[in-house]
Ligand binder design. Structure first.
Ligand SMILES: Nc1ncnc2c1ncn2[C@@H]1O[C@H](COP(=O)(O)OP(=O)(O)O)[C@@H](O)[C@H]1O
Ligand SMILES: [Mg+2]
Length: 252
């Protein structure tokens, strides 16, 4: 459904560090298939967020093509891509003073009816009454804001949903239900789902894993095949201090 063809994102580095051009996404070719669950992983700084932003149109494509069901969307705006059915859940969601969760949900879905909004919240499994009129501002915890972001993405009923590290700041006991929720959305709405994560639960849930390294796809395939490379690339950067992360499902 989404085809990446020889995709590049190139930046000009500051003169202080040489002033050379650098390919942050370096010639990626990949075909995301309809109704599949993908996990993207790879070391910090390898280009995962940049790739997600290229798909959503937050970053402009420097070279190459993005085809959505055969249509070239490479130069489309974020809004046009959202209308097409692409949704993106930010790694660091924005916070808005004076704007409530209800406002954001209404903007995302066009729905104002309170019962329908509560129904959506029930569907994504967050406490509707305590959240609906909360301001999406700096007072929310990192985990709360990620849950809100997830709910808004799901409520938009996308055809393709990209979640950038949805588990960051989320309590451990929420991660299992979060995986089940995304799987359920995929099964009921055929939402092609792409999750950027280092978490074992997402890697295990995926139909296919992509490992990004230095802006290229270093691997695509099943978890078993990914394991040796994950270990080699040390997805958890601080190997020696990773012991305690085992419970958090972090690969070593
Ligand atoms: N617009 C930009 N200009 C310059 N450097 C960038 C830009 N966007 C990302 N980078 C750099 O590209 C690398 C990959 O970033 P990112 O995609 O956020 O990595 P991650 O895999 O951790 O999500 C990082 O070194 C980051 O600093
Ligand atoms: Mg990132």
């Amino acid at each position: 459904m989404l085809e990446l063809k020889n995709l590049y994102f190139t930046v000009q580095e500051d003169d202080a560090v040489g002033g050379k051009s650098r390919n942050i996404i370096d010639g990626i070719d990949f075909n995301f298939q309809d109704g599949k669950f993908y996990a993207i992983t790879g070391p910090n700084g390898s280009g995962k967020t940049t790739l997600a932003k290229l798909i959503m149109g937050v970053n402009p494509v420097s070279k190459g093509v993005l085809l959505f069901n055969g249509q070239d969307i490479s130069s489309w705006t974020i809004t046009e891509r959202a209308r097409l059915g692409i949704a993106y859940s930010f790694q660091q969601p924005a916070r808005f003073k004076g704007i409530t969760f209800r406002d954001l949900l209404t903007i995302a879905t066009g729905i104002e009816d309170e019962n329908k909004l509560l129904e959506i919240l029930g569907r994504v499994g967050i406490c509707p009454l305590s959240f609906l009129d909360k301001e999406v501002d700096a007072k929310l915890s990192g985990g709360e804001i990620k849950k809100i972001e997830l709910a808004i993405t799901i409520a938009a009923n996308p055809k393709l949903a990209i979640y950038d590290e949805p588990d960051t700041g989320i309590d451990l006991w929420t991660i299992g239900p979060m995986v089940s929720l995304l799987k359920k959305e995929l099964a009921s709405n055929r939402t092609t789902t792409v999750v950027v994560s280092h978490n074992r639960a997402f890697l295990e849930a995926a139909d296919e894993i992509l490992i990004i390294h230095s802006g290229k796809i270093a691997y695509s395939g099943n978890l078993e095949g990914a394991m040796p490379l994950l270990d080699d690339l040390s997805v958890c950067t601080y190997r020696d201090s990773c012991e305690g992360d085992r419970d958090a499902g972090c690969y070593r």
